[in-house]
Design a protein around this ligand. Sequence first.
Ligand SMILES: *Cc1c(COP(=O)(O)O)cnc(C)c1O
Length: 384
Amino acid sequence: MKIPFNNPYLTGKEIHYMNQAVRQGHLSGNGYFTKKCQHYLEERYGFRKCLLTTSGTDALEMCAMLCNLQSGDEVIMPSYTFVSTALAFLREGARVVFADSMKCNPNIDADAIEALVTPRTRVIVPVHYAGVACDMDAIMAIAERHNLIVVEDAAQAIDSYFISRKSNVESQKPLGGIGHLAAFSFHETKNVTAGGEGGLLVVNDERFVRRAEILWEKGTNRAEFFRGEVNKYGWVDMGSSFLPAELNAAFLWAQLECLDTIQLRRKHIWNRYYELLKPHAAKGYFSLPHIPEYATNNAHMFYLILPDLEKRTALIQHLKDNDILAVFHYLSLHSSSYYAKKHDGRLLPECDRYADTLARLPMYNDLKIKEVEYICSRIVQFYE
Ligand SMILES: *Cc1c(COP(=O)(O)O)cnc(C)c1O
């Protein structure tokens, strides 16, 4: 019995819809399935405008382009994130200012953001790690005070919510629907996939809608032409080829259609891990994911925080010896070989701690509860 870290889930309808896309004879982007997916996500989450992209990285690049940055403008983001979050803004000439994570979970520490704001700051990029919300009331308030754009890196955050208590009124807001712009990923390691690679740009602020469509269509106003708003289309702005082929959108549709069952199953697995490991966390062996009262859990990931790097290395090896693939995650971007010399030298101890001590356990739809129990028993065996 070998247990992989991830195993892409298939609903069974993927080939059916891909076959339909082929028979419809429209294979390039922005066809029937692209529109179907975009419309579904706009309706389900109340997103102002959705545009499918070829990856989450591409969606982040579109966000960065839409921010219209000048060289030297500053963008605040956590150091504990995937490289794409930083790359998207760096390639627009921005300076990335890394913030530390919270003590309770790897998300950006909202209380540390305001001290980093300078007259050059333009954007804050909260990353909802493991699909668990950052403190968006606090972040949106800082952005409002300093007139900043908020881009949510919601790559891992499909179908997860922030519970806002703004002005003492409680309301649930879908992640990706709070900032001015947001990016989701449909990579095969995420909760739903567009057939391996895929992403989504969400535009919540009306000001960015028109330009987003133009960037998406290689710098042309083609979308307006097809809606009959202009009588010819041409080159009007920057842009690139960000739209996925219909085959990928058809694959994604098969998954979106089953989103509720996918989420139920993942939460079931996540809860079983939590239940079985909780008594051992109480003994101080490790700590479990912390979900603040303002966040929901979309069961994107199950991780442990080990006491130190040596313990983590040993546990991952022990699990590997038992045919279980557990993996660590991000390395601190502020001390990466590419960015260390550009970083301003501030220490980010919480980020470094997660880089050294976080271990992710196998998490995928077809993971059996018996396997979860086996994995937990091997973890306990490591300690006892
Ligand atoms: C997966 C991920 C991305 C990148 O998404 P791709 O679709 O792989 O390009 C960006 N940010 C975070 C936080 C991610 O988890």
